[in-house]
Design a protein around this ligand. Structure first.
Ligand SMILES: NC(=O)c1ccc[n+]([C@@H]2O[C@H](COP(=O)([O-])OP(=O)(O)OC[C@H]3O[C@@H](n4cnc5c(N)ncnc54)[C@H](OP(=O)(O)O)[C@@H]3O)[C@@H](O)[C@H]2O)c1
Length: 263
């Protein structure tokens, strides 16, 4: 256990994209970090960047959070540094695009584990300590995609819907405990996400930067806002998801997401 007095944040999926921006944003706010992902070289590079630019520790944890028992491994690892983190950001995730029946079963299992199992288990392990110290924040990085059914991103959107629902319910349960729970719901964001998923977005809505997502998410902590969207594209998507009938929304969405080979 270290004796640093700085706040301590754990960020999963921090090797690039939105997770790396959370790490940069929190390092600027003088947090010690535990950055988690599978890519050791990228984590090392980020850790060096942050420790050079700021007077903080950026510890690394190379871990595949789609594997059974990984949340427990993360919990044990985090305790090498602190009894309880001040901030837990469940950000690691990936997209899976195309017809559901064409997706390899192991890939679907990985997604369910990474987006749901690992997140729920981590929260079950870290939340009691936060409640005991009557402070702390848990951010679950969901997506605007979790607000509506998305054909050809069916499992992805459904796992993100789980995260939003779970975060809202938990936020209500712990509201008088001093712990804040947030579901951060970015819209299309400039990262490796779409290329990794094999999808080229064609939406007329402007693409956000990872830095805009992180600014909105961190700014919402003090306001204790549970579901956080980013800018007007986020507000518009959330409005449409609330007021447009789901049958219409699903059909319209499918027109944008249907693979070119099927049109
Ligand atoms: N970009 C968007 O348009 C967008 C929109 C809404 C929501 N989101 C959400 O934002 C989060 C971050 O995505 P991003 O856009 O920053 O994508 P990204 O650039 O592809 O980053 C994904 C991160 O997740 C990590 N990761 C993936 N699988 C992992 C595993 N099995 N174990 C541990 N770490 C794993 C990756 O690290 P390694 O490969 O090194 O493990 C990487 O650091 C995701 O949850 C995504 O669903 C993204």
């Amino acid at each position: 256990m270290t004796n640093s007095k700085r706040p301590f944040a754990i960020i999963t999926g921090a090797s690039r994209g939105i997770g790396a921006e959370y790490a940069r944003g929190l390092a600027r706010q003088n947090h010690d970090l535990l950055i988690v992902a599978r890519d050791k070289a990228r984590l090392r590079e980020l850790s060096q960047e942050l420790e050079t630019a700021h007077t903080i520790h950026a510890h690394m944890c190379v871990l595949d959070l789609a594997q059974p028992n990984s949340a427990h491994q993360l919990f044990v690892r985090a305790r090498e540094y602190r009894q309880t983190p001040d901030l837990l950001i469940n950000n690691a995730g990936f997209g899976l695009y195309g017809e559901f029946v064409s997706h390899p079963l192991p890939k679907i299992q990985q997604m369910l584990h990474l987006h749901i199992q690992s997140v729920v288990e981590s929260i079950r392990l870290f939340l009691p300590g936060m409640m005991e110290q009557a402070s702390g924040t848990i951010i679950n990085v969901a997506s605007i995609a979790g607000m509506l059914p998305i054909p050809y991103f069916a499992e992805y959107a459904a796992t993100k819907a789980f995260l939003i629902s779970f975060s809202e319910a938990l936020a209500e349960e712990v509201k008088s405990s001093g712990v804040t729970i947030q579901a951060c719901c970015p819209g299309q964001t400039e990262t490796d996400f779409h290329a990794s998923a094999g999808f080229r977005p064609s939406s007329p809505i402007p693409i956000q930067t990872a830095s805009q997502v992180v600014q909105a998410s961190l700014a919402a902590i003090d306001k204790k806002q549970t579901v956080v969207t980013v800018g007007w594209p986020g507000k518009l998507s959330s409005f449409l998801a609330t007021w447009v009938p789901r049958t219409i929304l699903t059909k319209q969405t499918a027109r944008r997401t249907r693979p070119p080979s099927m049109t």
